[in-house]
Design a protein around this ligand. Structure first.
Ligand SMILES: CC[C@@H](C(=O)O)C(=O)SCCNC(=O)CCNC(=O)[C@H](O)C(C)(C)COP(=O)(O)OP(=O)(O)OC[C@H]1O[C@@H](n2cnc3c(N)ncnc32)[C@H](O)[C@@H]1OP(=O)(O)O
Ligand SMILES: [Co+2]
Length: 141
């Protein structure tokens, strides 16, 4: 597998509204997209555009949110995951499994509308890693 483009850095927050104010007023972010709920992933999401990537703000949605434990341990929030693009999600899953890394669940639709999966941080040098199939112009998922 060839390492693809860095798509986003996931930042967990207890309050997307407060984080939006921080990225606007302190970080000087000019393009902050409208937050939306992603119940299938248990998070509320908001994208902050940077010139070469995105910050993905995620707030827990519901008690079984996968980031509830992270926020309990880090009440102020913090850097949560890094997401890389790949051309073929199923080939990437086989690659990581072949390397003995724990893939967390089956590929599912993520916030960008393409298939994603996560790889356990303990098998990725301490970094929770999201793998995402590169969006293709004109293809809806
Ligand atoms: C917006 C949608 C989507 C997108 O399209 O972009 C998203 O990004 S959704 C983002 C939220 N979803 C997920 O994170 C799904 C995958 N995550 C999980 O399944 C779990 O969060 C987890 C990684 C298995 C952790 O589970 P949890 O129960 O919270 O923690 P544990 O206490 O069991 O942790 C085990 C181990 O891992 C360390 N850890 C946990 N979270 C992180 C992290 N974000 N970064 C680095 N390390 C992390 C934790 O410290 C434990 O370490 P050890 O004690 O050394 O075992
Ligand atoms: Co993400």
């Amino acid at each position: 597998m060839k390492l693809g483009r860095l798509n986003h850095v996931g930042v967990a927050t207890p309050s997307i509204e407060k984080s939006i104010a921080f990225y606007r007023d302190v970080m000087g972010a000019e393009v902050i997209r409208e937050p939306f709920d992603l119940p299938a992933q248990g998070v509320k999401v908001c994208f902050v555009d940077t010139p070469n990537s995105q910050i993905e703000l995620i707030e827990p949605l519901g008690e079984s949110s996968p980031i509830a434990g992270f926020i309990a341990k880090n009440p102020e929030g913090g850097q949560h995951h890094i997401c890389y693009e790949v051309p073929d999600i199923h080939a990437a899953k086989s690659w990581f499994e072949g390397k003995g890394a724990r893939v967390l669940g089956e590929p599912r639709i993520g916030a960008h509308g393409t298939l994603i999966f996560f790889v356990h941080p303990r098998d990725m040098g301490g970094v929770l890693t999201e793998i995402m199939e590169t969006p293709r112009p004109g293809v809806s998922h």
